[in-house]
Ligand binder design. Structure first.
Ligand SMILES: *Cc1c(COP(=O)(O)O)cnc(C)c1O
Length: 232
């Protein structure tokens, strides 16, 4: 199957309200063009350098949104704000504060998702539920930010039922935080987006209420194995 057939097939699987973010790390620009020609407009990358190389080759594609899905170091916050439309990986208060302090001088306001980690996973970062609840008042004091929801990455090996339970807990946390933010009228914190689901677990993520799935291999075929440093 080529990219076009896979996209067609996936469209049949995804509810229309779910945004398909095509993960294009290690995918050459010609394949991104193919996906664009099939109507995809949301592309996810893990590394700033990679997207900085690709974007100049794709300037003729109108209406594309670039999503940062990989972890973001504080010292890369400025270039990330400059190129991405969505940042799915805001995983700490220091990073959130850094982004807030740069927002004015960069002159862009990408939409942000808070990456949570509700199950042990040594290869990933993210807020625990307790940490995020404790940080909420501090995030409330950063109205420069445009916080739209949560991101979750299921650890490998949970199984379908385990994934479903985990994603369900993330959805419940988002509902709870959204209610608190609404009651407090923190207008820059809205919990309307849930970025969860990858090639191996998107059906369970959708069943639990994902609004964005981040799909790479199921669209573009398998990637070369990378060093396992949690930054693939
Ligand atoms: C690579 C990656 C994906 C896509 O994974 P696939 O298994 O190729 O679908 C999704 N989310 C994150 C955070 C990733 O790093």
């Amino acid at each position: 199957m080529g990219v076009a057939e896979r996209i067609e097939w996936l469209r049949g699987q995804l509810p229309t309200a779910v945004r398909l973010v095509a993960v294009t790390k290690q995918v050459p620009v010609e394949r991104i063009r193919e996906a664009y020609a099939c109507g995809l407009r949301d592309f996810g990358e893990s590394r700033i350098q990679e997207v900085q190389q690709k974007i100049p080759q794709l300037t003729d594609l109108q209406g594309v949104s670039w999503h940062l899905i990989g972890s973001l170091q504080r010292n890369k916050a400025r270039p990330a704000l400059e190129v991405f439309d969505w940042i799915h990986s805001v995983d700490s208060l220091p990073l959130a504060e850094r982004l807030a302090s740069l927002m004015g001088s960069v002159g862009r306001r990408p939409r942000l998702l808070l990456q949570v980690k509700l199950a042990a996973d040594p290869t990933k970062s993210g807020w625990s539920q307790v940490e995020l609840e404790a940080a909420l008042p501090r995030l409330a004091a950063l109205p420069q930010l445009d916080i739209r929801g949560l991101t979750a990455i299921a650890p490998l090996g949970l199984g379908e039922q385990g994934n479903l339970t985990l994603f369900g807990r993330v959805a419940a946390l988002a509902r709870d935080l959204g209610r608190r933010a609404g009651e407090a009228e923190w207008q820059h914190i809205r919990m309307e987006e849930l970025s969860m689901g990858m090639s191996g677990d998107y059906p369970q993520a959708i069943a639990a209420g994902a609004t964005m799935v981040r799909l790479g291999q199921v669209l573009f075929g398998s990637r070369l194995p990378l060093r396992r440093n949690g930054d693939e």
